[in-house]
Design a protein around this ligand. Structure first.
Ligand SMILES: [Zn+2]
Length: 216
């Protein structure tokens, strides 16, 4: 009832804020009210920051994590791929860029990543070519194997059919390569809740699951 008393532009702004996952009716209205009450200077900075982030952020051309666009440069690398202290013999394969952030929370994993964008799910018409798997298997992984004798792929997928289908595809594709015996595939420990959601995993759970990972 009470929202009828809010001016239309605030209701409209609140509606747009609900485009963000996790923002419900109450918090969207509170945020909208906070935004319109910002002093002009703060508002300008806020607005500019949103605009800049949206325009500047793209995806790492190597691993698919978030990266900053650099003017005049085709290739954009994320902070993790640019970091020379990372172990490039370990690649954590995950579905979404935000899964990288979850894994980084553990503060223990020092390897690199490959974000797939999607998991294979034929029922939803998502096939290997709709994911970053061809890029990874045909370009990136062979390039890594030129530098290292052995590479470990650590699978970090949300439990479910997509996880099973993607794992099976990866295993089978690698099995057919002549470098197959140089690549080991591990999966985070079964200690993870059966239907775990990467967004809600805490650091301790990830550390434990990483330590107890199993070869598959
Ligand atoms: Zn990267």
């Amino acid at each position: 009832m009470y929202q009828n008393q809010l001016p239309e532009s605030i209701v409209e702004l609140a509606q747009k804020l609900r485009l963000l996952p996790g923002v419900g009716r109450r918090s969207s209205e509170r945020l909208a009210l906070d935004i319109v009450q910002l002093v002009d200077e703060d508002f300008t900075q806020f607005y500019t920051a949103i605009n800049t982030a949206k325009q500047q952020i793209t995806f790492c051309s190597q691993c698919g994590f978030f990266a900053e666009r650099v003017a005049g440069q085709q290739e954009t690398l994320c902070p993790i791929c640019k970091d020379s202290h990372r172990n490039t013999k370990q690649i954590c394969i995950c579905e979404r860029p935000t899964d990288v952030i979850t894994m980084e929370k553990s503060n223990m994993y020092r390897g690199c990543y490959q974000v797939l964008d999607a998991l294979i799910s034929p029922l939803d018409n998502v096939f290997a070519e709709d994911t970053a798997l061809p890029h990874f298997l045909d370009i990136r992984l062979p390039a890594i194997l030129e530098k290292h004798q052995e590479v470990e792929l650590i699978l970090f997928f949300k439990a479910g059919f997509g996880s099973e289908a993607t794992t099976a595809f990866l295993k089978e594709s690698i099995r057919q390569k002549d470098w197959a015996d140089r690549v080991s595939i591990t999966r985070l420990a079964q200690g993870l809740p059966l239907s775990f959601n990467p967004d809600t995993l805490d650091a301790q759970t990830i550390i434990k699951a990483l330590e107890d990972r199993r070869e598959i």
